[in-house]
Design a protein around this ligand. Structure first.
Ligand code: PXG
Length: 428
């Protein structure tokens, strides 16, 4: 649908959902009691904002006291389709009532259909399903290493993978082994060897780091956790050229940027390139279920032989059914196009906010970061103030507020949010 047509229709729509939950709380515990339970029994590995969410629908969530919020985080882009999308819910419940898990010891009647759909949508001929994003990344690492030894001819145990500073790809030991963030690594040594780090956005540094033993260059098309860092225009094209010239695989982590978030189905499409493989996750289930995958060429994927790699739950029929519905929603509801048009509008309006705190507003599609000046004393206090006004957003790094609402958001809903965002950024 043309951009103007999308926006015209949305002007007619209501901002709030028609069915509001009862404002009187039906929760068994108070907000503080729920928080205390998590703090008493759980590991202290997160620092959440003090809101206890009990229900979600589309772009909205409700807390246990009946307060309503617009979700501007989308579970770090896992909810591109919005909360509890009815079509995905239907696929989940129907499949859950029929068959959930077979293990990969047997075939199931959903997996092949899911494979076909994701391969056709992504343009890659082969897929390997896993569960979490980190597992998809581990799969990519194993694939490119084995490709280096069995196809490229790198001597045993010498394969190198080039990655970028400020990356984020998950929390396993091998993945934090190539993190440049001290907190992610401190106390977790010894680390996995075989990674080389170059500055993000610097193609010359990539070229200089390549050796005959380089298997792959692995990076995010936009660094999400690193603070919504958009590399210079042409960087991915240049990286592709350098990789091709040196027989090095180009693997992109599209776990946060993929599936419509940046205004294209995959962020690599912005530069018209064709990587050798990508990792996807998060929105591949629309938030219902952990589903991830590594997608690649025949040459790369064919390194795997039976028994080389796997997962009990990876590729189970419930995941496959949910994954198909989640992909259908992205395509049928034109979510990439929505992200492109609404994201451009959101970015423009954010840039017009006359706030003394804003250093830079950047992003692509509906993956947007507002970087605050050091004098703003951190992004968290702004996120707390936004929460008071009914907007859930989260800081990334110290000074960046991330705005990444579900891609089903409408323009009136964005205007509703912008009014509040402006109020917080100009009065705090
Ligand atoms: N790659 C990218 C680009 C990511 O943003 C992962 C891989 C790992 O996905 P899993 O499903 O293993 O978390 C991510 C994850 C967190 C957290 O709580 C994770 C992400 C973003 C914010 C918080 O660990 N992104």
């Amino acid at each position: 649908m043309a951009t103007t047509a999308v926006l015209e229709i949305e002007r007619e729509e209501k901002i709030m959902p028609t069915i509001l939950p009862s404002s009187s709380s039906t929760s068994a515990f108070t907000t503080q009691e729920y928080i205390n339970l998590e703090n008493t029994y759980g590991a202290r590995n997160y620092h959440p904002l003090e809101v206890v969410i009990t229900r979600g629908e589309g772009v909205w969530v409700w807390d246990t006291e009946g307060n309503q919020y617009l979700d501007c985080l989308s579970a770090y882009s896992a909810l591109n389709q919005g909360h509890c999308h009815p079509r995905i819910l239907k696929a989940l419940t129907e499949q859950a009532a029929r068959l959930t898990l077979t293990s990969r010891a047997f075939y199931n009647d959903q997996l092949g259909l899911f494979y076909e759909k994701i391969c056709k949508i992504s343009g890659f001929p082969r897929v390997l399903p896993m569960n979490t994003g980190a597992e998809a990344v581990e799969t990519a690492i194993k694939a490119v290493r084995k490709w280096a030894y069995t196809v490229k001819g790198v001597p045993a145990d010498k394969a190198e993978i080039i990655v970028c500073s400020n990356n984020f790809a998950g929390r396993t030991i091998s993945i934090i082994s190539f993190s440049t963030e001290q907190q992610y690594r401190f106390g977790f040594a010894p680390f996995t060897p075989g990674f080389k780090i170059v500055p993000y956005g610097d193609a010359a540094a990539l070229e200089a780091a390549i050796t005959p033993n380089t298997a792959a260059f692995f990076l995010e098309p936009i660094q999400g956790e690193g603070g919504i860092i958009v590399p210079p225009e042409g960087y991915l094209r240049e990286a592709e050229r350098i990789c091709r010239q040196n027989n090095v695989l180009l693997i992109l982590d599209e776990i946060q940027t993929g599936l419509g978030r940046t205004g294209k189905m995959f962020a690599f499409e912005h530069e018209g390139i064709k990587p050798d493989g990508i990792t996807v996750g998060k929105a591949l289930s629309g938030g219902f279920y952990p589903i991830s995958a590594f997608l690649s060429t025949h040459e790369v994927m064919d390194v795997f032989r039976p028994g080389d790699h796997g997962s009990t739950f990876g590729g189970n029929p419930l995941a496959a059914a949910v994954g198909m519905a989640a992909l259908d929603v992205i395509v049928d509801e034109n979510l990439p196009e929505r992200a492109a048009s609404l994201g451009a509008y959101f970015l423009e309006r954010l840039r017009q906010i006359p706030s003394p705190h804003i250093k830079e507003v950047r992003g692509k599609g509906l993956l947007i970061g507002v970087e605050l000046k050091p004098s703003a004393y951190g992004a968290r206090r702004f996120c707390k103030a936004l929460m008071q006004l009914g907007i859930l957003a989260k800081e990334t790094r110290e000074n960046v507020i991330r705005f990444a609402p579900p891609l089903v958001i409408t323009r009136p809903q964005l205007d509703w949010a912008l009014e509040r965002i402006e109020r917080v950024l100009t009065t705090l």
